[in-house]
Design a protein around this ligand. Structure first.
Ligand SMILES: C[S@@+](CC[C@H](N)C(=O)[O-])C[C@H]1O[C@@H](n2cnc3c(N)ncnc32)[C@H](O)[C@@H]1O
Length: 157
């Protein structure tokens, strides 16, 4: 994973969003390993306790914020990369209509905050069959994708 992230995110001036960061050290490792410029890495989670804990670790240069990934407050086109490790897996529990609409809302938010035609969503997932189907359905087939008319999607697994 470290190797893949280093190969993918080469520009130290990139704006990077870690979605559903939890109490994982991923953001810290990315900030150090990718040598991102100051304040270029923002990490969000909707659990206040988790964000408080991460803020207390006081790593300079990472902006931890309490935010629901389904209703993000960032401007359109803010980020070059959105990194998700296990968050889609948490949101996409099964093939139920509830999970499906949550995931579509999530993906639309991810695409909205990414730079159009060039922003990259990196999703690290256990890739259960219904998670893979959700990804293909939205990014490859365009189902529920509100941005497919004004954006091109380079979808790779
Ligand atoms: C499986 S954990 C992964 C945590 C971390 N990324 C890691 O690699 O260990 C999923 C995380 O997503 C967060 N999460 C789930 N739904 C969310 C939402 N709607 N908005 C923000 N965070 C969410 C949870 O609070 C949890 O921290």
């Amino acid at each position: 994973m470290d190797y893949y992230l280093k190969q993918s995110i080469k520009d130290k001036e990139s704006n990077v969003l870690v979605v559903g960061c939890g109490n994982s050290l991923l953001s810290e490792k990315m900030h150090k390993g990718l040598q991102l410029a100051k304040d270029k890495l923002v990490s969000i989670d909707f659990e206040e306790k988790v964000i408080k804990h991460m803020k207390n670790r006081a790593v300079e240069g990472i902006d931890y914020q309490v935010m629901d990934a389904l209703h993000m407050t960032f401007e359109n086109g803010t980020y070059n990369y959105a990194v998700d490790k296990g968050t889609l897996d948490a949101l996409c529990a099964d093939r139920s209509p509830e999970s499906t609409s949550k995931v579509i809302q999530y993906f639309n938010e991810i695409v909205r905050v990414l730079k159009p035609n060039g922003g990259v969503y990196i999703c690290i997932s256990l890739l259960q069959d219904f998670v893979l189907d959700a990804l293909v359905s939205f990014f490859n087939k365009g189902f529920g994708n509100n941005h497919s008319a004004d954006n091109t999607f380079d979808f790779r697994i």
